[in-house]
Write a protein that binds this ligand. Sequence first.
Ligand code: FAD
Length: 480
Amino acid sequence: MKITVVGAGISGLAAAFAVQQGAQRTGLDVTLDVFEKGDCPGGKIHSEQVGGYLCEWGPNGFLDNKPMTLDLCREAGMGEQLLRSNDAARKRYIFSEGCLQRVPESASEFFRSSLVSWPGKLRLAAEIGVPRRNEGTDETLADFVRRRLGREALDRLVGPMAAGIFAGDPETMSLRSCFPRIHELEQQYGGLIRALLLLARQKRAERRAGKAVAGAAGPGGILTSFAGGIQHLTDGLSRHLGKSLHLGDEVMSITPLKEGFSLRTQRGLVHETDVLIAAVPAMVLASQIEDFSTSMAELLRQIPYAPLHVACFGYTRESVQKGTDGFGYLAARSSGLHSLGTLWSSSIFPGRAPEGRVLLHTMFGGATRPESASMDADEVRRRVQEDLRRTMGITQEPEFVRMIFHKAAIPQYVSGHGARLKALEGHALAYPGLILAGNAFYGVGLNDCVAAANRAANRALALLEHRRQEPVDLYRPAHG
Ligand SMILES: Cc1cc2nc3c(=O)[nH]c(=O)nc-3n(C[C@H](O)[C@H](O)[C@H](O)COP(=O)(O)OP(=O)(O)OC[C@H]3O[C@@H](n4cnc5c(N)ncnc54)[C@H](O)[C@@H]3O)c2cc1C
């Protein structure tokens, strides 16, 4: 019996690896194939080493506060090679009011900090009295923050975070789909301050018990990668797949059969499979399936993607006037910066820059700056350098430059995403062997992609197991 995965980013590779492991565990006889358009696996993950600099084209790592990626690394035999970010990198900054301001890590630091004005602080503290809103609406992140925390919190705290994680626009992002935990905290505890007080008490207890705890300024969890960069993960998974992985073989179309699917690749290959795990971007899947399901294709095309430029600049240590003591900074929405923020990569992990050098990783573009998609590399470079002069006092030319442009970098879970996803899953029931994975649906972080990949693999194996017992019923279309 055959399982085929389309797309070999982290979602496709993790799903394929989980299928392999599951088949071995259960003794199910599975032929696995993975088709990838590119000449190398990894999708957005790519770690490039040049002249002693290590430049991440996409993600810099994953957070260790969820177990999925950690478990995957261990199961694939890479657990010993994991590299946690430096302790100094727990400090995070926001560029606001013309300077870098440390993100407070405790209530007392928050009240001493000048990141938020006194009226802003009082408004934030008043959150404790804001009533819970009922579950019904799919509120945008911006509406939620203005309602509970005030405008300044949106400008200086939440807006920058939304840009840092999703390259997103809080005015359109769905709170429930992008930050389900925050939505849950309001529903469960009646408010965020109430929830934070309780959770902080738990964290203190963990610290006392000697557990490593992330700085309170970050999104929670410690950024984790490998000495050679995060590509080590996707390279390792690809090695496990061996000949099952077909690189440079783009899947052009998918056709449902009476049982399973037929795939046509750009090389002219026609490949039949019982179960198909789709781990490609939403608009790619839309074009592959539109001949048999225009309704699914239409829903997939409604998931927008934000463009993002990544600028990796290397400098001599002397040319960097300020900053680099921490993780990096994000730009307040009112800061007037062109870029979304800059990671101080060589302060986060060891070995990212040669001795005496500094590596900076700036994100430029995102959903709030769609015009960045049409800017050329020179224009982006000029604007990033202008920002680095304002934020870190860097006036010299970088000695190392690497610019990467992702036209469709990160899918945006805009308001209505949950309903769209439900509708999509509803339509997919008509094709039980078609399983959705990939970052367009259930989360964009590596942990979320791996979790969705594991669910996809389990479902694929369960379908085959079921089919072994009841071959005809399973593949009878539910309608159409
Ligand atoms: C700049 C940037 C920084 C990020 N930073 C972080 C971070 O620090 N931490 C974190 O957790 N997350 C981060 N993310 C998010 C995370 O990297 C992505 O959500 C995740 O890597 C997406 O993986 P994926 O496999 O779902 O999709 P992709 O990586 O997009 O993989 C899809 C694959 O499908 C292939 N494909 C496309 N069309 C076809 C076809 N027709 N046939 C066959 N194959 C096809 C593509 O070539 C690609 O390999 C970042 C993302 C970006 C862009």
